[in-house]
Design a protein around this ligand. Structure first.
Ligand SMILES: *Cc1c(COP(=O)(O)O)cnc(C)c1O
Length: 403
C-alpha cells in the first residue's frame, strides 16, 4: 500500500491547492477533510504489520510519525510552499528543534540573523553546549553573512519580515551565500506565510512555520512545520520525529488544514487593513515612527514588495512620544484590541514588546535591538479598520491634544 494523493489537474494554482490538496476522500465521501483521532492503525495480518514496521510498505502505523489528517496538512502546506515535502511538528519551536536535530552535529556552525524570534535565538544559543556554534549577524546586510561563513557552516537561518521591527532580508542573496559555502538556507516564513512569500522560489532550501500564527489564523492551536525537498524531509527529519516525537496532534493539524483554506484571503484582507492603519499612524502627531514594509518610508520597501507579492503583511509597529508611560496609556485606552503578544489572529492584538516578548533582555540589549520603551506592536486582524483606528486614537497623545 502506498498512501495515495488527491488527484488534481496539473499546474493548479496556490488558491486551489490551499482548498483541495491532501488525501483522497474515504469511502464515506466526506466533503470536509476527516479528523483521524487515532493513536495507531490496524494491519490485515502479522506479515503486513512486519513489512510496514520495516518501512518496506508505506502505510499509517502510529500517529507519532504518521496520521492521515497530519499528512493532509503536510501535503497541502508543501504544495503551497512549492517544496515537495513537509513535516508537521507540535509547535513552531519544535520545527526549529527538528531542523537542528535533523541537520546538525557537534562541530557544525550556523549563521543566523540577530533579529529573529527571541526563542529561536535562545534555542540556537542553547545548542552551543552540544558543540553547535551560532554566529548572529545583521538581518539586512548580506556581506556580514558572507563574512561569518566558515568551513564548518552548515546552516543559514533567517526570518522575514521580523517581529516587531519588520526588517526584511534579501532571501535570494542569502540563498546564494549559503550555497556558495555548501550550506543550506532555512527561512522562518511565519509573518508572510506562503500566501504572500514563497522562499523556496527565491532559493531557500527549508521553510519553517509556526502554524500557531497565520496558518491557523484564528488563534486556536499551537502547531508548526518544516517544509523542504521530499528526500531531505524523509531522510533527515522523519527518523528524528519517529524517535524524538515532537509530533503534531491530528486535531491541531485539522484546525491548521482548514485554516489554510482561507489563508490567502485573510492575508490579503489583513495586509490591506494593516497598510491603511500604517498610513494613518504615520499621520498622527504623537507617533514618532512607523515600521511597516508596505510603507514607502520603510528602508527595505522595494525588496519587501518584490519578495512579498506586493504586500506588507499584517504586523505594524510604531513608536509613540513619551516612552513607556505613553505606550502603556495607548494600549490601556483600547477597548477592541486584545492585549496579548500572540499574532496571526483575526482578532487584532496589541502588545508592548519591551516589557513582554523582549522583557527578558537587558535595557542595553533592547536598545541594540531597536526595541524602545515607546514601541507598540499591532497585529492587524479582520475588524473594520476604522474601528481599530478609533481604538488606537483613544489613547494616542492623550485627551488633551486629541479632539
Ligand atoms: C511564534 C513564532 C515562532 C514559534 O512558534 P510557536 O508555535 O509559538 O512555537 C517562531 N517564529 C516566529 C517568527 C514566530 O512568530
Amino acid at each position: 500500500m502506498t498512501i495515495p494523493r488527491v488527484e488534481l489537474p496539473p499546474d493548479v494554482r496556490l488558491d486551489t491547492l490551499a482548498v483541495r490538496e491532501g488525501l483522497p476522500r474515504t469511502p464515506w465521501g466526506e466533503n470536509s477533510e476527516a479528523l483521524f483521532l487515532t493513536s495507531s492503525f490496524v494491519h490485515p495480518d502479522a506479515a503486513t504489520a512486519a513489512a510496514r514496521f520495516a518501512n518496506e510498505e508505506e502505510a499509517f502505523v502510529y500517529s507519532r510519525f504518521g496520521n492521515p489528517t497530519v499528512t493532509m496538512m503536510e501535503r497541502r502546506l508543501a504544495a503551497m510552499e512549492g517544496t515537495g515535502g513537509c513535516i508537521g511538528t507540535a509547535s513552531g519551536m519544535a520545527a526549529i528543534l527538528l531542523l537542528i536535530l535533523g541537520l546538525l552535529k557537534s562541530g557544525d556552525h550556523v549563521v543566523c540573523s540577530r533579529s529573529v524570534f527571541g526563542s529561536t535565538i535562545k534555542l540556537f544559543q542553547d545548542f552551543a553546549k552540544f558543540g553547535i556554534e551560532t554566529s548572529f549577524v545583521s538581518q539586512t546586510d548580506p556581506p556580514q553573512w558572507r563574512a561569518a561563513m566558515r568551513p564548518g557552516t552548515k546552516l543559514l537561518f533567517a526570518e522575514s519580515p521580523t517581529n516587531p521591527l519588520t526588517e526584511v532580508c534579501d532571501i535570494a542573496a542569502l540563498a546564494g551565500i549559503a550555497h556558495a559555502g555548501g550550506a543550506l538556507l532555512a527561512v522562518d516564513n511565519c509573518l508572510c506565510s506562503p500566501a504572500l512569500q514563497r522562499p523556496a522560489a527565491l532559493g531557500a532550501d527549508l521553510i519553517i512555520h509556526s502554524g500557531t500564527k497565520y496558518l491557523d489564523g484564528q488563534g486556536r492551536v499551537i502547531a508548526g512545520a518544516v517544509c523542504g525537498p521530499q528526500e531531505l524531509v524523509a531522510s533527515k527529519f522523519v527518523p528524528v520525529m519517529r524517535s524524538a516525537g515532537m509530533s503534531l496532534s491530528p486535531f491541531n493539524a485539522w484546525v491548521v488544514l482548514k485554516g489554510l483554506e482561507t489563508l490567502s484571503v485573510r492575508m490579503q484582507a489583513q495586509s490591506e487593513r494593516a497598510l491603511q492603519l500604517a498610513h494613518w499612524l504615520e499621520a498622527q502627531p504623537s507617533v514618532e515612527r512607523v515600521y511597516y514594509p508596505g510603507l514607502p518610508s520603510h528602508p527595505q520597501h522595494a525588496l519587501a514588495m518584490a519578495q512579498q507579492s506586493g504586500r506588507g503583511g499584517a504586523v505594524v509597529s510604531f513608536i509613540v512620544e513619551g516612552e513607556r508611560a505613553a505606550a502603556f496609556a495607548a494600549i490601556d485606552a483600547t477597548r477592541i484590541c486584545s492585549i496579548t503578544a500572540n499574532l496571526g489572529d483575526t482578532k487584532t492584538t496589541i502588545t508592548h514588546p519591551a516589557s513582554t516578548s523582549h522583557g527578558r533582555l537587558s535595557e542595553a540589549q533592547r536598545q541594540a535591538a531597536g526595541i524602545t520603551q515607546g514601541m507598540i506592536r499591532v497585529a492587524v486582524g479582520l475588524e473594520d479598520i476604522e474601528d481599530i483606528k478609533a481604538d488606537l486614537g483613544r489613547g494616542l497623545a492623550g485627551p488633551a491634544i486629541k479632539t
